[in-house]
Design a protein around this ligand. Structure first.
Ligand SMILES: Nc1ncnc2c1ncn2[C@@H]1O[C@H](COP(=O)(O)OP(=O)(O)O)[C@@H](O)[C@H]1O
Ligand SMILES: [Mg+2]
Length: 337
């Protein structure tokens, strides 16, 4: 296997509010392979957006290392640093939040083109902007270029965000889907577009969502990383992870996805949690953060130390999981009865 295009190594990030230090990310280790479709999933507040910002260099980690094409980004200077910042682009997927209402579409797209000296002059910028709009299927191009965001539909605005991210010819796109984005047709259209761009332009996609059903569908040939309260609890190939979920939290998320087949929904087992309460980041329980809710909690083990990601000894798949009972090869009976 070739070297990953990006790597996160032992990433911690906390935020200070007043006198409290909130541990938002803890010990995130993640490889991103060239041209893959990697999906980060988890409930709101688990640290997905923070991870995305750290990948794109928009937020420094409190500690840990970020590698881009094998080089620690902390050591990048001058042109190398700019090259990294250009190559990894974050797209906020909320069509209502991300575009400046006072600029035309041409203003928005020409700015990074001219700023990074990727084109020369207004004429060059107009030509390149038109090409980019065509790439994201925003036509008729000449019509769109001089419009303001409010004159476009939600889906069109979303495409403008993608076109703008493409101005710098990125090799990695981190697409962060906000919870507030409810329009399913926009979400799906967008993902379809990202899939196409991955093939056409050869970009690696990191897709961030709270919705495992969407991740399952779009990352089917890729990988999924499941996050819970600032940690990665399971990561691996989508097909293996979905067919045979290991971590109790992944099982809970999957059991909540409605099946298209009503018969399957009826027979699908609902997993009963020990508690519905999600702990606060400032009051994390000792040991595994999921243990107060976990139906397979083992006293004296799960509440004592923090499990690390690893492939269970008895497993015949390549999915890594951070759970003591699973790693010990225990049968999680509740699920299998
Ligand atoms: N700048 C910040 N200051 C303080 N807390 C923050 C800041 N950014 C994020 N957080 C907190 O970090 C946690 C994770 O946030 P985020 O990465 O946005 O999660 P997600 O995208 O999974 O919903 C949340 O509890 C959020 O309130
Ligand atoms: Mg978020």
């Amino acid at each position: 296997m070739s070297e990953p295009i990006m790597r996160l190594e032992g990433i911690y990030r906390s935020f200070r509010t007043g006198r409290t230090l909130i541990p938002v990310l803890q010990d995130i280790n993640l490889d991103i392979n060239e041209l893959e479709f990697l999906c980060l999933v988890g409930e709101s507040g688990c640290g997905k957006t923070t991870t995305g910002k750290i990948l794109a260099g928009l937020l420094p980690p409190s500690s840990g290392n970020i590698y881009y094409q094998g080089r620690n980004v902390r050591d990048l200077r001058g042109g190398d640093r700019r090259e990294y910042r250009r190559s990894v682009q974050l797209i906020h997927q909320d069509p209502y939040a991300s575009l400046n209402p006072t600029q035309t579409i041409f203003d928005m797209i020409s700015f990074p083109l001219l700023h990074h000296k990727l084109v020369s002059g207004q004429k060059g910028a107009r030509k390149r902007a038109a090409e980019l709009l065509e790439l994201v299927d925003l036509t008729p191009v000449e019509d769109i270029l001089d419009k303001y965001p409010h004159q476009l539909s939600g889906g069109q605005r979303q495409r403008v965000s993608i076109a703008r991210a493409l101005t710098t010819n990125p090799s990695v796109i981190v697409a962060d889907e906000s919870v507030s984005m409810v329009d399913v047709s926009i979400r799906i259209g967008l993902l379809q577009m990202l899939m196409n761009l991955r093939e056409e332009l050869g970009v690696t996609i990191v897709f961030i969502t709270h919705d495992l059903a969407l991740a399952k569908y779009f990352a089917w040939d890729g990988r999924i990383g499941v996050m819970y309260l600032g940690r990665m609890v399971e990561v691996g190939k989508t097909q293996e992870l979905i067919r045979d979920p290991q971590h109790p939290y992944t099982r809970v998320l999957l059991s909540a996805i409605p099946e298209p087949d009503p018969e399957k929904t009826r027979t699908k087992r609902h997993i009963q949690l020990r508690s519905e309460d999600i702990p606060r980041l400032t009051e994390l329980p000792p040991g595994c953060s999921f243990h107060p809710r976990c139906p397979w909690f083992v006293e004296g083990v799960c509440d004592k130390s923090v499990p690390q990601l690893g492939i269970p000894a008895s497993s015949n798949s390549s999915v890594e999981v951070a759970c003591f009972p699973v790693q010990e090869g225990e049968k999680l009976q509740l699920y299998e009865t």
